[in-house]
Design a protein around this ligand. Structure first.
Ligand SMILES: [Zn+2]
Length: 401
């Protein structure tokens, strides 16, 4: 059993309670939170903060060797550069490359991440990760002639990851997007997710090009599909796509161009959204309307996406970018919301028993220090986001990492 004492304990419970000079007692799970708890306490020091460890809901670690290879500034141009460089990037990301990616996340206080795996080649590097992994086996493919082969390959990968399942490695599924997967494959995979109770992630409405393609079958994606696939047509309407995920735990990634009706539908089926502000900026697709997301009572997480569209996997840098980008929102309240997005909201999206400091939750915690005294706890969320890049301590399942 360990008892930590901090100047501020952010519980991330329903009331967003921040306790001053409080203690947290835990072994693998949180046993108690409060004052004068039994046993010797370890004091984390002046201006210390103890809070739930962060969760990065959406990454593509297979692309972690990218630094300067891909073309930023326009979605379709970027996509073409991904197609051209993909094999090269995958081959050059081996053990050390995955280790560096995980190390960067660990230093920023991340205890768990959602990995989109398109090839299964990352499995051997991630199955013994020191951080918790929710491993999303991704399906992509619209050609009915090879749908059976795609599905079989997906099943093989899924089965292998199910085989590896333990408390820190959780299999899941991902449907790449409404424009890149045949609806027959979508249905099959959603059935599996329902049956096995697996979380799902799907990219949705990331770009204006996707909006125009799905609505009217025209625009930049038409040129792209004509070039690569000949005579392609959009295969599903956006609302129909969302509707398919009813009665699952689904997170739609990006949603920058989701309209009001689609946001309502996402809310109605109790799905959620992952927001990747740096990626959206680098691909120049604009930014998610967080106010509309909130008004529709949709929970959102903030995630880094992969190094294919980011310069870093540090989640504190990501929420700092979000704080500075959403100039239409009040920074004090946005900061509060952003901390929630990378803890309790993210835990729900990935089906994890963490994200808050409450009894019986996994003891996944971080300790950090504010640079100076704080006289009002209202100031804490924004100051944490402005001043934290790396954390002092990270505990996963009660063990210091
Ligand atoms: Zn993504």
């Amino acid at each position: 059993m360990i008892k930590l004492k901090a100047d501020f304990v952010i519980t991330m419970n329903k009331n967003y309670d921040i306790l001053q000079n409080a203690e947290v007692l835990f072994d693998e799970k949180i046993i108690d939170i409060g004052y004068n708890l039994p046993g010797e306490s370890i004091y984390l020091g002046k201006n210390s903060v103890l809070m739930p460890a962060l969760i990065n809901t959406h990454t593509h670690l297979e692309f972690s060797s990218n630094k300067t290879d891909l073309m930023y500034g326009d979605f379709i141009t970027w996509l073409e550069s991904v197609i051209n460089k993909k094999e090269e990037l995958f081959v050059s990301c081996k053990g050390d490359c995955y280790k560096r990616a995980i190390e960067e996340m660990k230093k920023s206080g991340i205890c768990a991440f959602g990995e989109i795996s398109s090839s299964g080649g990352d499995l051997k590097y991630l199955k013994h990760s020191p951080l918790k992994v929710v491993y999303f086996n991704e399906i992509i493919g619209t050609n009915p002639a090879i749908a059976d082969a795609m599905y079989q390959d997906f099943l093989n990968r899924l089965n292998e990851s199910v085989h590896m399942q333990n408390k820190n490695f959780i299999p899941a599924v991902s449907i790449h997007s409404p424009y890149s997967v045949h609806p027959i494959l979508m249905d099959k995979i959603i059935e599996i997710a329902k049956e096995k109770k697996l979380p799902i992630e799907a990219h949705f409405m990331e770009s204006q090009a996707e909006r125009r393609w799905l609505d009217k079958g025209e625009g930049e994606f038409k040129l792209f599909f004509d070039k690569h696939f000949k005579n392609a047509k959009p295969l599903i309407k956006p609302l129909e796509f969302i509707e398919k995920f009813k009665n699952t735990n689904t997170t739609f990634i990006h949603c920058v161009y989701a309209n009001e009706e689609e946001l309502q539908k996402i809310s109605e089926i109790k799905a959620s959204i992952a927001h990747c502000p740096v990626s959206n900026r680098l691909l120049n697709v604009g930014k998610l309307d967080l106010e509309k997301v909130k008004n529709n009572k949709i929970d959102y997480s903030v995630a880094t996406d992969g190094l294919s569209s980011n310069y870093s996997l540090n989640l504190f840098k990501e929420i700092r970018a979000a704080l500075l980008m959403h100039t239409d929102l009040h920074p004090k309240y946005l900061a509060k919301d952003l901390l929630k997005s990378v803890t309790i909201n993210a835990a729900k999206q990935l089906n994890l028993n963490n994200g808050s400091i409450e009894k019986e939750k996994s003891a996944d915690l971080i300790a950090l220090k504010l640079p100076d005294d704080i006289d009002d706890i209202e100031k804490i969320p924004i100051q944490i986001i402005l001043h934290t890049t790396e954390v002092e301590e990270l505990y996963i399942n009660g063990k210091k990492i």
